[in-house]
Design a protein around this ligand. Structure first.
Ligand code: SAM
Length: 247
């Protein structure tokens, strides 16, 4: 082998080995993600008496099987990125349990042209799931470091229809209101009136309500075409608290 050919062969090998590792990792993550989807399906069946059905929307389950949750957790949580449980994301906060993400998304009953507000961007995972299903997502995060990291992550992953705002989501996002759907991913002691005001007629708001570290309930709030608001309890849940001035 000529000396030049030998060098070319070595450079090729050096480039191929990491590419092979990356492929193997993607395959491992994809298998873990499919297992996560099966576990969500089982949780839906075992909680059907609360949620009133034995299956979630097929399109939502397809998206749950595609969004790379491992990109939204810290490096040290990579190996457990697809467990059906909340995981720490720093600053005392968590990325929500995949079953809860799927269920809350389903309860919003969004259409393709919907404009959605999320309170509690955290890692950006819930916003990423929503972004595959709707036209526009606005997500507010109160912790500046998480808001920045979330914005950068979503941009790196190419999520172009999500805008991350830094601020107190208790007040919603007046300048972008009204919203077809609003999702709150931290537990409030009561339903913030500004969020109800910023919900469109015919819109839905999903929010955990209750005191920190005690029983909380996932609530579904609906505003009908006349502006009348009704609400119902869906499921007992446990979320980190909504913080900010009013809580
Ligand atoms: N949706 C997130 C995800 O997919 O990773 C998980 C959210 S985590 C359970 C709750 C988030 O709500 C935290 O990041 C927390 O900082 C944020 N939060 C708490 N109170 C808030 C408020 N008043 N306004 C905006 N965000 C708030």
């Amino acid at each position: 082998m000529k000396q030049q050919q030998w060098w070319l062969w070595l450079i090729g090998l050096i480039m191929l080995v990491p590419a092979g590792w990356a492929d193997q990792k993607e395959e491992r993550m994809s298998k873990a993600r499919q297992q996560m989807v099966r576990e969500i399906e089982q949780d839906v069946v075992s909680t059907s008496r609360y949620i009133g059905r034995g299956r979630l929307n097929e399109e939502i389950m397809r998206v749950m099987g595609e969004v790379p949750r491992h990109e939204f957790v810290p490096d040290k949580e990579q190996d457990v990125a697809y467990v059906n449980a909340p995981l720490p994301i720093g600053y005392g906060q968590t990325i929500s349990q995949p079953y809860i993400v799927a269920l809350m998304t389903d309860l919003l009953a969004v259409s393709r042209d919907a404009k959605v507000l999320e309170v509690g961007a955290g890692s950006g995972y819930q916003a990423a799931v929503l972004s595959h299903l709707v036209k526009e997502v606005h997500s507010i995060e109160i912790i500046p470091e998480l808001a920045r990291a979330c914005r950068n992550r979503l941009a790196r992953l190419g999520y172009a229809n999500i805008t991350v705002h830094e601020g107190d989501g208790y007040y919603g996002l007046e300048k972008e209101a009204p919203f077809d759907a609003i999702i709150v991913t931290a537990a409030a002691s009561t339903i913030p009136p500004p969020l109800i005001a910023q919900l469109k007629e015919g819109g839905r708001l999903v929010i955990p309500v209750g005191t920190p570290f005690a029983v909380q309930h996932l609530m579904l709030v609906e505003k009908d075409s006349t502006g009348k608001v009704s609400m119902r309890q869906v499921l007992p849940v446990q979320f980190v608290p909504l913080t900010g001035q009013r809580e």
